[in-house]
Design a protein around this ligand. Sequence first.
Ligand code: ACO
Length: 367
Amino acid sequence: MPYAHITGWGMSVPEPVMTNDDLARIVDTNDQWIRERTGIRERRIARENDFPSTLGTSAALRALSVANLKPSDLDLIICATSTPEHLFPATACLIQDNLGATRAGAFDLLAACTGFIYGLNMAAQSIRSGAIKNALVVGTETLSRFVDWTDRNTCILFGDGAGAFVVQASEQPGGILSAVMHSDGSGGNLLTLPAGGSRHPATEATIREGRHYIYMDGREVFRFATKVMASSTEEALRAAGLAKDDVSVIIPHQANFRIIDAAARGLKLPIDRFVINVDRYGNTSTASIPIAAVEAVERGRVKAGDKVVFVGFGAGLTWGALVAEWSGPLPSPRKVNVGRYRLLGRVLSVLRRIERFIEGLIWGRRA
Ligand code: ACO
């Protein structure tokens, strides 16, 4: 049975930075309150032409470049997102088209902020079953488009960005060692985007009542999060046959410094064992774990052979954890120039559209 290794990683965040002081100019809040209650100092906000697919594509190209893999080598693209570009088509298909990943199946996965862990586990399972060899998992968000910028309870928390991993089959032992996934739909009302789906389609009333914005019961979500972060980490470690002290770093969902701190205390681990960058990006939902992972690798905090735990929670309610032995790129004799695939992806997309147009003309003439 092949092993599923994390062989590439990449991130992309929009350029504009919104500081706590910037926020204090639009809602009744202040830098001190936000830093003390959340640990957040600033977040990135999507420009008009940034979308989950564009941020996700940039992160994916970087991940492919690290893995030294062509987009056409991909068998599967899983896009975890809480802010899909459309109900359909899937954001994963937009990324597939941007990359020119012509052989890949692509789908979106909705498990809110736990989505990246779920997606990584699904990719690993597909590889371990022998069904596929190369997968791309993307977490990408433009939460700023679903935030009520007059609600100080929520607008201070979120930011935009994307992260991506390449996962590949190898006979070499290691890679993704275990994962646990949980859900409790009885808490679905605690964190929700109430309207815009098929239960409450958009109407003048839903817009007037602000039901297209994120609603959150912050205290309840906080209580739930502090309970499950430690327990799911322990569960995933048990499943991998590892002890806490075997772990080099824990890369948690970046929602609130106090939640991460509570998890560290729950696990009786020093806080410096945790990767924390919530101060610079806020909560980027599905993107927060891969962004934190990319920064940890680039700063030398994660090296090949290290045991790493990813742990998260989110709307649903959902929560989960995944244990991996960090791999790095698989040996390969060729050097892939991933830079040119952005342009190639665009050309392939135009060609497919022209082909479809010509086919339409031929079929139209026959009818
Ligand atoms: N600025 C200033 N004051 C504020 C702000 C603000 N932005 N927000 C709330 N306050 C005030 C409140 O009005 C309240 O005042 P009061 O005591 O006079 O009534 C006081 O501060 C305390 O408010 P709380 O809500 O009790 O503050 P708390 O310490 O719980 O922190 C927070 C709120 C940061 C939202 C916290 O509950 C939290 O982090 N919850 C979890 C959020 C989270 O992780 N969400 C996950 C989303 S993931 C996904 O799936 C999308």
